[in-house]
Design a protein around this ligand. Structure first.
Ligand code: G3P
Ligand code: CA
Length: 349
């Protein structure tokens, strides 16, 4: 896929349905992905983790305590454990401790019931999908909607899973290959918070799609931490030198936290444009920030409406500010609002 060229006119920033349309359905379910596509998302975004038998499934985290009903299953009570993931102790139930057959007995639940009480009506209805099922859904929806619905998989905790002998990278490339999607012009971006596995995916494993390096607002990628590399912080990757380094490594773009593009002041209001977008474009990198969510609790203060943290504010207004800053696409929990914002921005420019 040709990366979107920065700058108006004629540019159409990409709407990426984060975990599907997780503002409306429990995240990472086929129902969530399908709704995202029907709402106008250009891409659906599965986060990928492995089961104990090495099958890629879609969950935001390998800890599935908050996104499934596993805690209510007495037959799996003994699987609750504590694991050290990217330097942090986490207690719960983990996909790498369950076979696919065991995982498939579970049902997804809404992760944010306080903020999204409407989605709890779907608790217990949907299984945890495999990546294979997501790709099959993508094909069906592309055919039905008469347009390519893209897929934007994220390899979660790549150093951690490689250390367990459960790397997500080989099965990811195999799945893309099997579906005819391992090509530069496929509607696919592969994303990671670490550069090591992105470079390995392209260099050793033969991934041919564009790749996106995700950037947290602070801290360092865990592959750099594990290597004792104190220099390669997320902040450094946002400098001209860091961005050029990414481009030289064959990485196609960045996926930064919103505040790395437009600062968020201490009071939550919108601050200055950081200049990250033009710096990235100068290096030849696309910019796809995350995450645009409609609820007041997640919005910059300028775009909130009323005092209810769960009420929706002016997400379209916030999206428009980032489109003006030049982003090439964006991750959103509410793809309907995102698509409408892009439409309005594209036609009024
Ligand atoms: O993948 C982009 C954005 O989603 C950031 O990652 O998975 O922590 O939400 P995640
Ligand atoms: Ca993600």
């Amino acid at each position: 896929m040709a990366l979107p060229a920065p700058g108006r006119p004629g540019r159409t920033p990409l709407v990426i349905g984060l975990r599907g349309a997780c503002g409306y359905r429990p995240e990472h379910t086929l129902a969530s992905y399908e709704l995202a596509a029907r709402m106008g998302a250009d891409f659906i975004e599965p986060d990928l983790v492995p089961t104990r038998d090495g099958v890629l499934v879609a969950r935001h985290e390998n800890d599935i305590t908050a996104t499934t009903d596993v805690a209510e299953r007495p037959e799996l009570a003994d699987r609750r454990t504590t694991r050290l993931i990217d330097g942090r102790e986490v207690t719960g139930w983990f996909t790498e401790d369950l076979t696919l057959a065991e995982l498939r007995t579970l049902r997804a639940v809404e992760r944010l019931p306080q903020v999204r009480p409407g989605s709890t009506a779907y608790d217990g209805q949907f299984a945890v999908p495999t990546f294979e099922e997501v790709l099959e859904l993508r094909e069906r929806l592309s055919s039905e909607l008469g347009r390519e619905v893209g897929v934007y998989p994220e390899t979660k905790h790549p150093s951690y899973f490689a250390g367990l002998g459960l790397s997500t990278d080989e099965p990811l490339v195999a799945a893309l290959e099997a579906h005819g999607l391992n090509r530069p012009d496929a509607p696919v971006f592969v994303q990671s918070f670490e550069t090591t596995n992105l470079v390995d995916l392209v260099g050793r494993l033969g991934l041919r799609t564009p790749t996106i390096f995700l950037m947290e607002a602070a801290g360092s990628p865990f592959d750099a931490v594990a290597a004792g590399d104190g220099e390669r912080t997320y902040a450094w990757f946002g400098t001209g030198a860091g961005l050029r380094d990414l481009a030289a490594a064959g990485i196609s773009g960045i996926g930064p936290d919103l505040s790395l593009v437009i600062a968020r002041r201490a009071d939550g209001s919108m601050g200055a444009d950081t200049g990250l977008v033009p710096r990235a474009h100068e290096a030849g990198l696309a910019v796809h920030p995350w995450t645009f969510r409609a609820e007041n609790t997640f919005l910059y203060a300028d775009f909130r409406s009323g005092d209810d943290p769960a009420a929706h504010g002016d997400l379209a207004g916030q999206v428009a500010a980032f489109l003006e800053a030049g982003v090439d696409g964006f991750f959103t929990d509410h793809p309907d609002v995102g698509a409408a914002a892009v439409e309005a921005w594209s036609t009024t420019g």
